[in-house]
Design a protein around this ligand. Structure first.
Ligand code: G6Q
Length: 551
């Protein structure tokens, strides 16, 4: 029954040797001093590219453009074993608590997002109560979107952070599967202009509003919901007929007297890992239909199955994580760029930015000890080929080496193309992807130093037949599991986000000062510097000689 899910963590977590003292980490540090140089003639051969590939769940990963050889790959496998990362992943899939800091006040929860898509074949997550509540919510989704039929053509999707980035990225990626005339506006920011822009030209009579908040109390979402309700009331419409909620059981939003329907997510699913839960479900079911959403879940579930394999050549997420750790910890590269050669994946790097950096941007281990090695790289990216005309200069000739993860597909989504100068646009797109990987790896000699390319700049190529819903699910789960594996390798808790609390608390203090000033009171609870900043912005118009409008 919904709302009765109980956490099933009980036993102590695994305690493998610390990352920096493992035998393999020490050996990898040695090997890094003479790591494969991709720019040396005869290193990047067709045999190397053909042999250094792993396949699964509809994706092919080519890692021959990484600075690895067979010995380094063996040591990366050994590192995975010494750090017991597959057993840790098994514990995650079993619903054990993986979200904790031992010995300190912390969350103590499972991270069972794989259960949100474990609804096919033989189950791979072993928490029956979690699977049951997931299935109930999926059934509710099917029923609700079946019942509403074509009553609405527009969705206002109000949510922020994990309750917006992933769903937005996947919905953009699946736009070609949208039902006729379905559209969505996303409102995450507390910036009032975002809501104003969304409301302009929207026919509220045909609009469904999804309020998405796991906690049911996020400032931005609550504010934007209040504004949207006002807009409906002003238009003479009953918000209850138009608003649905996605939230945890028992939050202030878990209230059927205010919403047409309430869908539940649970504390075993972290916000940034909630794309395959009802958070992504309400959006994709509205835009593209439940069948597309289930195909997406199926692809994610296929990739999850690979994440439990021991051999890194069969476990794509683990291999991607190990290559990331190799570049970050042993070769010392501070950032990674994810460049999809697919316009549909335009929001995917933004989603991965949160997944990687909020999960693994940590400086203490599971026991609260400061760690002496780097953790998450800065992750960034934009779609190619556009990115080539923008920041690729730095990738090729900048002073920092930026490893790249290229993503590309053999076929376009719509299958509509044009022949121009003897090739299709899709041919040109993929040729550009491969050319960039080659140029980064091989470089180019030239007597003119300004035209010299050092090469030896690593990349991984992630390729698929076509970006359909199933492939997108696999791609998402590839990265979700990669990020969890990185956390297991580094010995950190990838599933909390204490780092966002400090600024949030200071903003609340300043908002209290604003409220007091509007009410003609003085509130001194914020710092003097913070209050001074409010004074400065108050005076900014007159400081620039602008006559203030009367309010
Ligand atoms: C994600 C984070 C964070 C969260 C947002 C929205 O993992 O926890 O980005 O998703 O702050 O939170 P609510 O869903 O509770 O509104």
């Amino acid at each position: 029954m919904a709302g009765t899910y109980q956490e099933s963590w009980k036993e102590p977590f695994l305690s493998p040797p610390r990352f920096e003292v493992t035998r393999s980490a020490k050996r990898l540090a040695e090997l890094a001093k003479s790591a494969t140089n991709l720019s040396v003639s005869g290193v990047v051969t067709e045999e190397r590219i053909a042999s250094m590939q792993s396949r699964g769940a509809g994706l092919t990963m080519l890692y021959g453009f990484q600075r690895v050889d067979q010995e380094i790959l063996r040591e990366l496998q050994a590192l995975a074993e010494e750090r017991q990362v597959v057993p840790q992943m098994q514990a995650l899939f079993a619903g054990r608590s993986v979200n904790f800091i031992e010995g300190f006040d912390s969350e103590r929860r499972a991270a069972l997002h794989p259960a949100t898509r474990d609804v096919f074949e033989q189950a791979i997550t072993s928490d029956l109560s979690a699977r049951r509540v997931v299935e109930e919510e999926l059934q509710k989704l099917r029923t609700f979107f079946g019942e509403i039929g074509n009553s609405y053509d527009t969705m206002l999707f109000i949510g922020i952070g994990g309750s917006e980035l992933g769903p937005h990225a996947i919905a953009d990626a699946l736009t070609c599967y949208n039902l006729p005339s379905r559209k969505v506006h996303y409102i995450g920011n507390i910036d009032p202009d975002e809501m104003t822009a969304a409301l302009r030209g929207t026919d509220l009579r045909k609009t469904l509003v999804a309020i998405v908040s796991k906690s049911g109390s996020t400032l931005e979402t609550a504010t934007n919901e209040a504004r949207a309700r006002q807009a409906f009331q002003t238009a003479g419409l009953d918000p209850k007929q138009h608003f649905i909620a996605v939230t945890s059981p028992k939050t202030p939003m878990d209230d059927l007297s205010r919403y047409r329907a309430v869908f539940h997510l649970f504390d075993f699913v972290g916000g940034r890992f909630s794309s395959t839960s009802v958070v992504g479900g309400v959006l994709i079911c509205f835009l593209a239909g439940a069948t597309t959403f289930f195909e997406f879940l199926d692809g994610a579930n296929q990739m999850d199955r690979l994440a439990l394999r021991l051999d890194i050549r069969d476990n794509l997420p683990l291999l991607l994580a190990l290559l990331s750790v190799w570049n970050r910890n042993f070769l010392g590269f501070p950032t990674v760029a994810v460049i999809p050669y697919s316009q549909a994946l335009r929001r995917f790097p933004a989603h991965l930015q949160q997944c990687e950096m909020e999960s693994n941007g940590k400086s203490v281990d599971r026991y609260g000890r400061r760690i002496p090695y780097p953790t998450a790289p800065v992750l960034w990216g934009e779609p190619g080929t556009n990115a080539q005309h923008s920041f690729f200069q730095l990738l090729h000739q900048g002073t920092d080496v930026v490893p790249v993860e290229f993503i590309g597909f053999k076929d376009s989504q719509y299958g509509e193309d044009c022949m121009y100068n003897g090739t299709s646009s899709q041919d040109k797109l993929l040729s550009n992807l491969f050319a960039q990987a080659l140029a980064l790896a091989l470089g180019h000699d030239n007597e003119n130093p300004n035209k010299y390319f050092s090469g030896n700049r690593p990349s991984t190529l992630i390729l698929g037949q076509k970006l359909d819903a199933k492939t997108l699910g696999a791609l998402l789960a590839l990265y979700e599991n990669k990020i969890a594996f990185e956390g297991f390798l580094w010995g950190i808790n990838s599933f909390d986000q204490e780092g966002v609390q400090l600024g949030k608390g200071l903003a609340e203090q300043l908002i209290a000062v604003c409220r007091a000033r509007r009410e003609g009171r003085e509130d001194l609870s914020a710092s003097a510097v913070g209050r001074r900043l409010l004074d400065i912005v108050e005076d900014i118009g007159s400081a620039h000689g602008i006559v203030p409008k009367s309010r």
